[in-house]
Design a protein around this ligand. Structure first.
Ligand SMILES: NC(=O)c1ccc[n+]([C@@H]2O[C@H](COP(=O)([O-])OP(=O)(O)OC[C@H]3O[C@@H](n4cnc5c(N)ncnc54)[C@H](O)[C@@H]3O)[C@@H](O)[C@H]2O)c1
Length: 327
């Protein structure tokens, strides 16, 4: 067993962050969470709030005084705080861009100062498959081009803002030897994710369990890959333990493609629901200018080579877990 580390998790009250906190605590680490509860909930950590090795700080990582305080005595930083989800970005673009860029800049500045003083602190950046934009390749590898639409379409600002984070983190590795690891999450799903900001699988499961219609956007032929959050956080922690991962970006997720219509059909089958599947245009769901990505499938060769990544959950297991034990 490795000696305990002092880990900082920004966005630790969020969906993925809360699972990461659970894993870091289970490994015996001391964990500080900073979260402003903008989309996350302290309740996500309910089972651990009394844990002697967890410190919870309610606050905004866009504040320098807070960053200085929480990075003062830390061994590793996991930066997950961000504005997440295309629906949120479409409705509040200024706030989303600021939330995604400014805190990353502050955290990296604090860690560069530590590095200059002789302490090198590994930094994990939660990035996203959205950085590939609408690259037309059928499978995306980490060195592929980023292909964004015009700046007049707000949805591209999510991927572009995360791409700026990646550029900055990689620049800190190049110029200051700051050990950074970039994880580009594809669709991550599991317990504690809500459908509030448009996340498709929890939306479908909630609708099916209530026998309400499952709303599929456009024609439902968009292709996605869904990974269980436990597989994702396990791989994040293993990458941070692996010096050959420093200064690199990794696709993290599943490479089992499924169309959204097929996903809806499978959710209805597993739940035994009486729900119908209905279609809604992007214009109705978002706005007239909305542009979606038809296919989003990662090449996982790099992460497999680096940490022998092999997800434990397939899509059927994920849906069954979300639907609950009674079905
Ligand atoms: N869920 C996915 O499928 C997915 C896919 C790609 C990338 N990601 C990335 O993973 C990370 C976590 O996403 P998630 O799905 O858990 O979303 P989430 O909304 O549940 O988590 C984000 C957390 O960050 C917090 N937060 C936001 N701005 C903050 C600030 N300025 N200060 C402090 N806390 C702040 C929120 O309250 C929330 O708890 C994000 O960086 C996101 O971009 C997620």
């Amino acid at each position: 067993m490795n000696p305990p580390k002092k880990c900082l998790v920004t966005g630790g009250a969020g969906f993925i962050g809360s699972h990461l906190v659970e894993l870091l605590l289970a490994r015996g680490n001391l964990v500080t969470v900073v979260d402003d509860e903008s989309t996350g909930r302290r309740q996500n950590l309910a089972r651990f709030l009394d844990h002697p090795q967890l410190r919870y700080v309610a606050g905004d990582v866009g504040r320098w005084s807070l960053i200085e305080e929480v990075t003062d005595d830390v061994d590793e930083v996991y930066h997950l705080a961000a504005a997440v989800g295309v629906a949120l970005i479409a409705s509040r673009p200024i706030e989303s861009i600021e939330r995604n860029i400014y805190p990353t800049e502050l955290l990296l500045k604090a860690l560069r100062m530590k590095a200059a003083a002789g302490k090198s602190i590994p930094f994990f950046l939660a990035s996203t498959s959205e950085v590939y934009g609408k690259n037309p390749k059928s499978v995306w590898t980490e060195d592929d081009d980023l292909v964004f639409g015009p700046t007049t379409r707000a949805r591209w600002s999510y991927g572009a803002s995360k791409a700026i984070d990646e550029f900055l983190a990689l620049a800190c590795w190049r110029e200051n030897r700051l050990p950074v690891v970039i994880g580009r999450f594809f669709n991550v799903v599991g317990p504690r994710q809500t459908g509030a900001n448009g996340m498709v699988l929890p939306r479908f499961v909630d609708a099916a369990l209530a026998n309400r219609p499952l709303i599929v956007h456009d024609d439902g032929n968009q292709v996605r890959c869904f990974a269980h959050v436990n597989d994702v956080v396990e791989s994040v922690v293993r990458l941070m333990d692996c010096p050959s991962a420093f200064g690199r970006a990794f696709n993290i997720g599943s490479d089992e493609p499924v169309s959204i219509l097929e996903l809806a059909t499978r959710v209805v089958q597993v739940t035994g629901s009486r729900s119908k599947i209905e279609f809604q245009s992007y214009a109705e769901a978002y706005d007239e200018d909305f542009e979606d990505i038809r296919r989003r499938v990662p090449d996982l060769s790099r992460i497999r080579r680096t940490i022998s990544y092999s997800p434990a959950y397939d899509l059927d297991a994920i849906i069954r877990e979300l639907v609950g034990p009674s079905r």
